[in-house]
Design a protein around this ligand. Structure first.
Ligand code: ME8
Length: 517
C-alpha cells in the first residue's frame, strides 16, 4: 500500500477460562505503546490481540460453570475485547480461535506439515498439565505436598496415554540453535534467550500435537477422532490474522516482520515450538520474541486462590487510564518482574506526573496565557547557550528514544523523556521568565517559546504512552490533529508565533488519598 516499512505486533491470545487481570492488561498495553509509536513514526502497522478458546482447560472450566465451552468463550472473549477498549488500545484486529478463518489456517498448516512428513501418527504416554496445557518430561517434574508430582510451574499433572500425532521437533534442534546464533536479537531479553538455548541444547523430543480424550478443539483433517493440540492451534493465530494460507496480501506485507510480546511463562512455546513449526513448513520464523516479567500484588504472587487478582478496570476508575498506562511501563524495566502497590502508583503519579510534567506544562502555559496575550510567544533570533541546550535536547529526543523502543525498553524511553522534563523545570527556574516580564519582555518571549517547543516535543513522544493526556497538552498548544506525528518534531513543525492558544488547564492533578474518618 504505502511503501512504508511494515511492523506487526502481537499479544498472546488469552485463555477464556478466566477473567482478564492486570497481567493481561500489561502485555496488551506494552503492545499498544509500540503500535502507536511506530504509527507516529511512519510505519505500516498491524496490531493484533485476541482470545485462545480451545483446549481441555476451557472445556473443564465450562463444565464447572455448567455451560457449553462456546458460551464460556463468548462471555470471556467479550471481556477481553472490552478490556482492550477500556485500556484505549489501538488494535487493528481481535482474533478468536473459534472463528472460521482460524480453522482454515490451522488445517492448512497441518496439511502442509503432513505433506512434508513433519507430522506422524504415534502413541503418547506421559505427563500432562491441563492448567499449563503442556507436556512435561519425568525429569522436569518437582515434588509437591504429600509426595505428589507437580509441573515445574507448580501446576498439577496427570498421566496421559492415548494415540497422538507427533511433530518431528527433535529434527529441528540444530536448526533452532543455528537460528538463535544467527539472530541474537530474535529472543529477548538475553536471560530468556539463554534459558531457551539451554533447553534446546539439552535435546528435544518430538512433540505430541493431537489429543483424543476430549473434544473442544479443531479436528485433525482426515482423522476427526483427534483434535489439534491447543498450542499448535493457538500459535497459528498469528498467521491467521494476516490472511494465511493466502500468502499474498497482508501475509506478504507483514510476515515475518512480527514481534510477539509474551509473558515469561510462555517463552518456550514461542521461541522453540513456534519457530520450529514454521521452519518445518518452510516459512520464516518471527523477527523477535520478547518475554516480559511477572507482576505480583503488594509482594504476593497473583492468584485466584489467594484472592488477590487485580482488576485493571478498577485501577482505571481509581487512578485514571493514562496514569495506569504510565505506571505499568515506567515502574519496572520490561523483562523484569514487578510489584504492584498502591503506594508506588500514587508516588509515581504525584512526583512524575503532577510535579514534574504537570507543573511544567501548567506554569509555562499559564505564563504564556497571562503574559503573551494567550498567543504563541515570538522568540528573538538571538539565543543564549541555555536556550540552545534546552531546545536541542528536546529536538534530540526522537533519535534518543527510537532505539529504546526497538529494544522494548519502555522505562528507559520514559526516563529519557523525563530527563528533558526535569531539565526544562531547571531552565524555567534559572531563566525566571516571571522576572523577565518586567526587565526584558522580549527575552521572556524567547524563553517561553523554547519551553513551549519543549512541551510540544515531550507531549508528542509521550502520546503512545498516554494518548488522551498528550492530546490535551497538544490541544493547549493549538497543534492541528494532523501535525502530531513524529515527522513534525523539531524544525519541521515549529510553533508559529502569534497563534492564539486556548485557556490552559491542568492535565495531571495530584492524587489525594481519601482518608478514613
Ligand atoms: O498463556 N504478570 O494465555 P493466558 C504479567 N493462551 N503478565 C501476566 C501475568 C502476570 N502476573 N499473568 C498473565 C496463555 N500475564 C495462552 C497464550 S499465545 C499463542 C497463547 C500475561 O490467558 C502474560 O502475557 O494464560 C502471559 O504470557 C499471558 O498473560 C498468559 O495468558
Amino acid at each position: 500500500m504505502t511503501g512504508a516499512a511494515a511492523f506487526y505486533v502481537t499479544t498472546p491470545i488469552y485463555y477464556v477460562n478466566d477473567k482478564p487481570h492486570i497481567g493481561h492488561a500489561y502485555t496488551t498495553l506494552a503492545c499498544d505503546v509500540m503500535a502507536r509509536f511506530k504509527r507516529l513514526d511512519g510505519f505500516d502497522v498491524h496490531f493484533l490481540t485476541g482470545t485462545d478458546e480451545h483446549g481441555q482447560k476451557v472445556e473443564k472450566s465450562a463444565e464447572t460453570a455448567g455451560i457449553t465451552p462456546q458460551a464460556l468463550a463468548d462471555i470471556n472473549s467479550a471481556n477481553f475485547r472490552e478490556l482492550a477498549r477500556r485500556l484505549g488500545c489501538s488494535n487493528d484486529d481481535f482474533i478468536r480461535t473459534t472463528e472460521e478463518r482460524h480453522h482454515l489456517a490451522c488445517q492448512a498448516l497441518w496439511n502442509e506439515l503432513i505433506r512434508r512428513d513433519e507430522i506422524y501418527l504415534g502413541h503418547y504416554e506421559g505427563w500432562y498439565s491441563v492448567r499449563d496445557e503442556a507436556f512435561y518430561g519425568e525429569d522436569e517434574l518437582v515434588s509437591g505436598p504429600g509426595g505428589t508430582r507437580l509441573a515445574p510451574t507448580g501446576a498439577p499433572v496427570e498421566w496421559v496415554k492415548e494415540p497422538s500425532y507427533f511433530f518431528r521437533l527433535s529434527k529441528w534442534q540444530q536448526k533452532l540453535l543455528d537460528w538463535y546464533e544467527a539472530n541474537p536479537d530474535a529472543v529477548a531479553p538475553a536471560s530468556r534467550l539463554n534459558e531457551v538455548r539451554s533447553f534446546v541444547a539439552g535435546g528435544l523430543q518430538d512433540l505430541s500435537v493431537s489429543r483424543t480424550s476430549f473434544k473442544w478443539g479443531i479436528p485433525v483433517p482426515g482423522d476427526e477422532n483427534h483434535i489439534m493440540y491447543v498450542w499448535l492451534d493457538a500459535l497459528t493465530n498469528y498467521m491467521t490474522a494476516v490472511g494465511y494460507p493466502d500468502m499474498k496480501g497482508d501475509f506478504a506485507r507483514f510476515w515475518p516482520e512480527v514481534i510477539h510480546v509474551v509473558g515469561k511463562d510462555i517463552v518456550r512455546f514461542h521461541a522453540v515450538y513456534w519457530p520450529a513449526l514454521l521452519m518445518a513448513a518452510e516459512l520464516p520464523p518471527p523477527r523477535r520474541i520478547f518475554a516480559h516479567g511477572w507482576w505480583t500484588n503488594e509482594g504476593q504472587k497473583i492468584s485466584k486462590s489467594v484472592g488477590n487478582v487485580i482488576d485493571p478496570l478498577g485501577l482505571i476508575d481509581t487512578y485514571g487510564l493514562d496514569q495506569l498506562r504510565f505506571f505499568l511501563l515506567r515502574e519496572v524495566p520490561f523483562g523484569n518482574d514487578g510489584d504492584f502497590s498502591h503506594r508506588a502508583m500514587i508516588g509515581r503519579m504525584n512526583s512524575e506526573l503532577a510535579n514534574d510534567l504537570g507543573n511544567l506544562a501548567q506554569r509555562v502555559l499559564s505564563m504564556i496565557g497571562k503574559n503573551c496575550g494567550g498567543k504563541v510567544p515570538s522568540p528573538q533570533a538571538e539565543r543564549s547557550e541555555d536556550d540552545r541546550v534546552m531546545l536541542s535536547s528536546a529536538d534530540g529526543l526522537l533519535a534518543a528514544v527510537r532505539p529504546l523502543i526497538d529494544r522494548q525498553a519502555f522505562n528507559e524511553v520514559l526516563e529519557t523523556i523525563w530527563v528533558v522534563i526535569r531539565a526544562a523545570n531547571g531552565y524555567v527556574d534559572r531563566q525566571a521568565p516571571w522576572a523577565l516580564r518586567k526587565t526584558d519582555p522580549a527575552r521572556m518571549e524567547t524563553v517561553l517559546y523554547v519551553l513551549a517547543e519543549t512541551i510540544r516535543a515531550v507531549a508528542t513522544l509521550l502520546h503512545p504512552f498516554m494518548p488522551s493526556s498528550a492530546d490535551r497538552m497538544l490541544d493547549q498548544l493549538a497543534i492541528a490533529a494532523n501535525s502530531r506525528t513524529f515527522a513534525f518534531l523539531g524544525e519541521a513543525g515549529r510553533l508559529v508565533p502569534g497563534t492564539a492558544l486556548p485557556t490552559p488547564q491542568g492535565v495531571f492533578p495530584r492524587f489525594v488519598e481519601e482518608t478514613a474518618d
